[in-house]
Structures are given as C-alpha cells and as structure tokens.
Design a protein around this ligand. Structure first.
Ligand SMILES: [Zn+2]
Length: 86
C-alpha cells in the first residue's frame, strides 16, 4: 500500500507521530526518468530506494511503505531529503 501524501502547509520535518520515523536520504535523478530518494534504514542496516517527486519535495517528507524484509515499522516511515544531487 502506498499512502498518498497529503500534508498540508506545515514546513516541519518532524514526524506527526513519534512512532513513525523519518529517514533522510539523497535525492537523485533516475536513469529511466524521474527522481528517486535513497535512505539509510536503521531497521535493515541497508539502503532503500523510493520514488520521489516535486510534490514530495514541496511537502518536505513523504510517507512510504518500508522495503524492509523484516518490517518493524508497522506504521511505515517517512522519507525526507537531506541533500539533492543534480
Ligand atoms: Zn529497512
């Protein structure tokens, strides 16, 4: 399930719910078009890559369904950019 991001005008990067972590990552252009965000996952100790777009950037963070094999983030997690690679 992919939750549609519909965060209002809050510029805050803080999680709305403390149980939902925010994983910060690097936004980069994908060879096949569009943008991706690569985040470090403390659950798996590995990187996960998710889609990313202008609306996500505008919102500052975006909710995702974790790519973890053993998912402890039952509420999902947010991804947010820490830097942008052109
Ligand atoms: Zn993970």
């Amino acid at each position: 399930m992919i939750a549609s991001a519909n965060f209002t005008t809050s510029p805050s990067i803080e999680p709305a719910d403390d149980s939902i972590p925010v994983l910060r990552g690097t936004v980069f252009p994908h060879p096949r078009g569009g943008l991706r965000i690569r985040v470090w996952c403390p659950n798996c100790s590995t990187h996960h890559t998710h889609g990313w777009d202008a609306e996500d950037a505008k919102a500052g963070k975006s909710h995702r369904t974790p790519h973890c094999e053993r998912n402890r983030y039952t509420g999902g997690y947010y991804v947010a950019e820490s830097e942008v690679v052109e």
